[in-house]
Design a protein around this ligand. Structure first.
Ligand SMILES: [Zn+2]
Length: 132
């Protein structure tokens, strides 16, 4: 249908050096025009977002493009081996409900558990850990 005739959207993107969540996404149709997108706050300065996205809570193509690329990049990064371990922790806690912190650290690794605690994926209360 209509979708197949679209060429893949691949804009020029410049990531902010200080804040990796900030991007300049250049227009593919208008030379020199770019939009400021914030991946963390999911905002964009383009008209598509301001008039449509902002109003209906939908993302513009710039944010969609950034999200897509960053998710892919993260998964492909070999220095993130904790990903499947994290899923195991989540699965384990879903089945068990809660578990001793020390036990989880021994089973899955201190760094995995610590980073999951830091990201509020799991919480620790009185030495027991459960999913948030
Ligand atoms: Zn946009």
């Amino acid at each position: 249908m209509g979708k197949t005739r679209q060429s893949p959207y691949k804009p020029k993107v410049v990531q902010d050096k200080k804040n990796p969540n900030l991007f300049k996404v250049y227009s593919t149709t208008r030379k020199g025009v770019y939009y400021n997108a914030n991946l963390a706050e999911k905002t964009c300065s383009c008209p598509q977002f301001v008039f449509r996205g902002g109003k209906y809570g939908r993302e513009c193509k710039h944010l969609a493009y950034l999200e897509e690329n960053f998710r892919v990049a993260e998964e492909k990064t070999p220095e993130k081996p904790g990903r499947s371990k994290r899923l195991q922790v989540i699965k384990y806690l879903k089945e068990k409900g809660s578990e001793e912190l020390i036990f989880l650290m021994e089973k899955f690794g201190d760094d995995i558990i610590n980073s999951m605690l830091a990201e509020n994926i799991i919480i620790e209360e009185h030495g027991k850990v459960r999913l948030l």
